[in-house]
Design a protein around this ligand. Sequence first.
Ligand code: TYD
Length: 133
Amino acid sequence: MDIKIINFQKHGDANAQLSVAEYKKELPFAVKRIYFLHKVKSSITRGKHCHKKLKQVYIAISGKMKIKLFDGRNNKTILLDNPNKGLYIGSNIWREIYDFSSNGILLVLASDIYKENDYIRSYNEYLKFIRGK
Ligand code: TYD
């Protein structure tokens, strides 16, 4: 599965933490867009789509949440609970984001601007798409 845990550079001291991700070092793509999910009710599942081309890095900058991933062959569930780590997600992976803690904020770094035609939002359509690859 084309996913990877990224460990950010840490430049903290006893009084403050500073985490860094830089293009070509920790970040495998140049960031063209950021967005974040916050104030998400704990009963809610977000995502439920695949991106055909887009690559992303997910960061739990506050609190925690779980990410369920499927690439047509394997399933994986990742707990994000550390702002010093990012989850890189390559193209063609189905993702679901759930179990947000009440303070959970998911920052997303994306390799491209928003393009609705890059999404597959139906799971059945995703299965057809990925089996055809
Ligand atoms: P969506 O990507 O489906 O969110 P999630 O993965 O959290 O379930 O986006 C939700 C809505 O926001 C949808 O109507 C598209 C819109 N949107 C934009 O207009 N621009 C963006 O960059 C993003 C991420 C979403």
